[in-house]
Design a binder for this molecule. Structure first.
Ligand SMILES: Cc1cc2nc3c(=O)[nH]c(=O)nc-3n(C[C@H](O)[C@H](O)[C@H](O)COP(=O)(O)OP(=O)(O)OC[C@H]3O[C@@H](n4cnc5c(N)ncnc54)[C@H](O)[C@@H]3O)c2cc1C
Length: 482
């Protein structure tokens, strides 16, 4: 490995390191000295929170961590639903490491710092007539956040977003800066494009993009049986196909998105989508905390509100993204696409059993069903096979907690039976032995970690628990210890 740059900070006195870091250290009295994920389900109070503005300051943070024997956890905007971004030691917020460094229209590529949000990246790409090829439900996340977690959109011929990464520049635990790609330092690259921030700090990301495009989205609803029995046709009938399932209504809505040159066309109106779909719905979900049947009515109302056939056309990322509504608990697993139909039937049987039980779980909506192409990224949940992603949410109306554990436990058992692999950013209970069973390249991954970070500077609590089997309670950072 050839380090490009490594200032000698190990000989700088400890006090000097602290002094140099002072301007970027969040004062302990500031609300930013604490961290909570977006859903407000996990919280932590790190020993120190740093907000560096350049690479040298990142090197200072790593030097201090080495000297003090502390972990450094990089954090984007904290949209991971689990405690993936949490730490009790040093937190490095990437909010100021958010510049676009170069855009090459001819070669269809962009290089940006890891802390840029997708929203900002879309704007910059749009100014150059370019766009990301595939995007998930939101664009609030940082580029490094989506890359390290193999965040996905949908499209049976489109890989998870990490598959569009051409190269990375990383800062390793010893302070050295390394460029890696499929051709150079390829093991480090394959480990880092879905490495959950454990290989190093991602400084820059070079991404393959395409000329800006509009998407035409055609949507229709149908019964669970009709849609699921045609899932193979549906998944292949558009560049980006996804299905939203409203379990209490036993209906599904299909969204088929294709590139188009047609003029923009919008759908929706403020009364049904805004007033009813948002305010009335949230109130019903709140009442559903006390009277479970109201939750089922809310689901039926939501299914009815979107039941008509519709067409809309807009800039790609606006169509890829959706309104994720309220704070939420969420879980999502990737199963081999070949298992999708059987798995969805098993999930439906489970939901019907629960809904027939007066004390059973009351699922919210939608259960999202999406697809991705196979890839070869070591820890990507879609490595090795075409994938169907199945994810569900339980909303927190007005921020209040709702029961979710019984529903998620039942789902997880079924998804695991269908060779499922959990989304890395969403809470799961996998042990190193489970991961080894699910991921043939896990040993290669751990070997890279031991090489590039022998003293464990990037081994946050999540990494220690899931990759190294250390006894870190999965409820350590939970807001409510349920
Ligand atoms: C409402 C909502 C919708 C979502 N939709 C989707 C979806 O459609 N598809 C999907 O797959 N996922 C989805 N997610 C999950 C989300 O994409 C991931 O959790 C993503 O990682 C969040 O990015 P972030 O910037 O918030 O990262 P954080 O949550 O802050 O961090 C995530 C990981 O990235 C690491 N990291 C961040 N920056 C760096 C860096 N510079 N260097 C090294 N490591 C770094 C952190 O250490 C951590 O391990 C959704 C989440 C929410 C809340």
């Amino acid at each position: 490995m050839i380090p490009e740059l490594k200032p000698d900070l190990d000989s700088v006195p400890l006090q000097t390191l602290y002094e140099r870091l002072k301007p970027i250290t969040v004062p302990p009295s500031s609300p930013n000295a604490k961290f909570s994920n977006w859903a407000k389900t996990f919280v932590c109070k790190p020993l120190a929170v740093f907000e560096p503005t350049d690479e040298y300051q990142c090197q200072l943070i790593l030097a201090l961590a080495r000297r003090e024997g502390k972990v450094v956890r990089a954090v984007g905007v904290g949209h991971s639903p689990s405690d993936l971004a949490c730490t009790n030691e040093f937190m490095l917020r990437t909010k100021h490491l958010n510049k676009v460094l170069s855009v090459d229209f001819e070669k269809r590529r962009v290089t940006a710092q890891g802390g840029i949000t997708l929203n900002d990246l879309h704007v910059c790409l749009g100014e150059h007539g370019l766009a990301m090829s595939n995007v998930g439900s939101i664009s609030d996340q940082t580029l490094a956040g989506i890359v390290t977690t193999a965040t996905h959109g949908t499209g049976i011929h489109y890989g998870v977003m990490s598959t569009h990464v051409l190269s990375l520049t990383l800062l390793l635990s010893d302070g050295s800066r390394v460029y890696c790609s499929r051709l150079e330092e390829s093991d480090l690259f394959m480990a880092s494009i879905c490495g959950l921030g454990s290989t190093g700090l991602i400084l820059n990301i070079e991404l393959e993009v395409e000329p800006a495009f509009r998407l035409k989205e055609e949507a229709y609803s149908g019964s669970f049986e009709d849609i699921v029995s045609n899932i193979g046709i549906i998944a292949h009938s558009a560049e980006h196909a996804k299905i939203c399932w409203f379990p209490a209504a036993d209906t599904m809505r299909v969204y088929l998105q294709n590139r188009t040159n047609e003029e923009k066309r919008s759908v929706g109106n403020w009364f049904w989508d805004g007033l009813v779909g948002d305010y009335v719905m949230q109130f019903m979900l709140f009442v559903g905390r006390y009277f479970g049947t109201v939750t089922s009515w809310a689901t039926r109302l939501a299914a009815w509100l979107v039941s008509h056939d519709s067409v809309r056309i807009d800039d790609s990322y606006r169509v890829f993204n959706l309104d994720c509504k309220y704070l939420q608990y969420t879980m999502e697993w990737a199963i081999p696409y070949s298992q999708a139909e059987a798995c969805l039937h098993d999930l439906r049987d489970f939901i019907l059993e629960e809904m027939n039980d007066p004390n059973g779980a009351r699922p919210h909506f939608p259960i999202e069903v999406r697809f991705s192409a196979p890839d070869d990224i070591w820890l990507s949940p879609s490595s090795g096979h075409q994938t169907c992603w199945i994810g569900t949410v339980q909303y927190k109306p007005y921020g209040f907690p709702v029961p979710y554990r019984r529903l998620f436990d039942g789902f997880e058992k079924i998804l695991a039976r269908h060779q499922g692999r959990p989304h890395w950013a969403k809470a799961h209970l996998l042990t190193p032995a489970d991961i080894e069973n699910l991921y043939p390249d896990f040993e290669k991954f751990r070997k890279v970690l031991n090489q590039v970070d022998p003293s464990g500077v990037f081994r946050s609590e999540y990494i220690q628990r899931h990759f190294f089997g250390l006894p870190v309670d999965h409820r350590l950072f939970k807001l409510y210890r349920s």
